[in-house]
Design a protein around this ligand. Structure first.
Ligand code: SIN
Length: 490
């Protein structure tokens, strides 16, 4: 097991922040502790920065912007490819840092490093393909071009559940487009971000192009959202905070990408392959101990397949092993903090009080309040808290339904619209339900939707904009109409 002193010896566990290519502390020397969610032990400290440091980072990003945008797309892509290689070369260390600060099992952390790196490679390619177009003009002496230009200085406020991937999914397209960035990582998981910053510098990405400011969110968030120099903000987190950042950004009319909360339905129809549906539910529900915006929050299962599905899901859930993510064989790590485990316990208690029953849970409890016990609940009903709120934990509530119309109505009965999943082998139903689900992402016979080549994002209370895919780079580009008049001899 790598302890914090071993992690420090790797040179990638950095306890200062990155501004204009220099590693530094907060102006007043203030620090915050970062703790290991599996043990509660302090891993180290980070600068507790505020508005002055955020402003310094914005100024550094603004200074670096003109030279960075002038470089060729290929030049920028080559640097991103070098960063991609370094991330993969240091995957073991990055995964160990991530497990120490976030808690997810090492194998999952390792998977996330690969996932994070994939965005860097993907957007290096997309950056090379940014293209404008010519528009037929109304007179012969005029030419009109639509050109694409980088937005400018961008801010990225990233969450604790995916400490690496949520950074690269924002920063890689920004850099590929020619923007410079200020990152505010979660104060709960800053070390993965800082390690990525270190590797970015090692890859040759110039000073000031990537800046990282650590500390509590309020003051830094206010500086980033109210600055007229910052032209775009990308945020992943709760709908409440997303709406607050949107309000704060209003006076400077910033471009916004907001990847917010979800309440994903997971529908299993009678004609589904039950084993595939169980495998998909396990992948979607229990990844990162259920702490993902896209994880199945509500499982709707049709009468005819209900008991078989619940029996097989129960078997799979009983085989889960809860514990410290560094321990061999652990599949479910701790939740991020006490507030998270309390919320999960409250959701389960509320459901049980309203008539739900526990169908399965792994044997034994860890006896530690940092860990939530995975559980399958049956007889779930829409009046339960877990039907309308994101549980963000390893709880799989199963609701029964009779027919397709009822299932679609239940699935759509939420203000959120991020991810949705359904399992069927009926071709006609596949189209009908796929088109009827009001979500930014729909998975048919799969529990996995997040990958670099596909647009990721939501509608309604789940936010604005898309990350990944072809669309991901558009968020960092402006279109300029370039009119060229008075041309002679044409
Ligand atoms: C999230 O939970 O916000 C991201 C999940 C993912 O990328 O799979």
């Amino acid at each position: 097991m790598l302890m914090s002193r071993d992690l420090r010896a790797t040179g990638l566990l950095v306890e200062t922040m990155l501004i204009g290519g220099a590693w530094r502390g907060a102006g007043d020397g203030a620090t915050l502790d970062v703790t290991d969610p599996a043990t509660g032990a302090v891993i180290g400290t980070i600068p507790a920065a505020g508005a002055p440091e955020a402003e310094a980072a914005i100024a550094a990003a603004a200074e670096a912007f003109p030279a960075w945008r002038r470089r060729t797309a290929d030049d920028r892509a080559t640097l991103l490819e070098a960063w991609h290689r370094l991330i993969l070369d240091h995957a073991d260390t990055l995964a160990a840092i991530m497990t120490a600060e976030q808690g997810k099992p090492l194998a999952e952390a390792w998977g996330e490093i690969g996932y994070a790196a994939s965005f860097v490679k993907w957007f290096a390619g997309e950056g090379r393909r940014i293209a404008g177009h010519m528009i037929p003009a109304p007179t012969t002496d005029r030419r009109i071009l639509a050109t694409r230009e980088p937005v400018g200085v961008c801010a990225a406020i990233t969450p604790w559940n995916f400490p690496a991937a949520m950074i690269t999914r924002k920063v890689a397209p920004a850099l590929a487009a020619g923007c410079t960035v200020v990152i505010k990582p979660s104060e709960l998981t800053p070390y993965t971000a800082l390690a990525l910053g270190k590797l970015a510098l090692r890859a040759g990405i110039p000073a000031g192009v990537v800046n990282i400011v650590t500390g509590l969110p309020q003051a830094i968030g206010a500086a980033l959202t109210t600055s007229p120099v910052v032209r775009k903000l990308s945020f992943t987190g709760s709908t409440r905070v997303g709406a607050l950042l949107m309000r704060q950004s209003a006076d400077t009319l910033k471009r916004l990408s907001l990847e917010l909360g979800g309440n994903a339905p997971f529908l299993v129809f009678d004609d589904a392959d039950v084993d595939a549906a169980v495998a998909g539910a396990m992948a979607s529900k229990f990844r990162n101990a259920g702490q993902t915006c896209v994880c199945a929050n509500r499982l709707f299962v049709q009468d005819g397949i209900h008991d078989r599905f619940v029996a097989k899901l129960g078997e799979a859930v009983r085989a889960l092993r809860v514990g410290d993510g560094r321990d061999e064989g652990v599949t479910v790590g701790p939740l991020i903090n006490a507030a998270a485990t309390t919320k999960v316990a409250e959701h389960v208690a509320d459901a049980l009080a309203k008539g739900a029953r526990i169908a399965a849970a792994p044997d034994g409890a860890t006896g530690d309040a940092r860990f939530a016990r995975p559980v399958v609940l049956i007889d779930a009903t829409p009046d339960m808290r877990l039907a309308s709120e994101e549980t963000f934990g390893p709880v799989a509530p199963v609701f029964r339904f009779r027919d397709e119309a009822e299932a679609v109505a239940l699935a759509n009965a939420t203000p959120f619209g991020l991810a949705s999943y359904f399992y069927t082998n009926d071709l006609h139903r596949a189209w009908r339900v796929g088109e009827a689900l009001e979500f930014g992402m729909v998975g048919l016979n799969t529990g996995a939707l997040a990958m670099e080549m596909a647009p990721f994002g939501g509608i309604k209370a789940s936010g604005l904009g898309r990350e990944g895919g072809r669309e991901g780079i558009d968020e960092y580009l402006e279109t300029k109409a370039f009119h060229w008049g008075g041309l002679k001899g044409l």
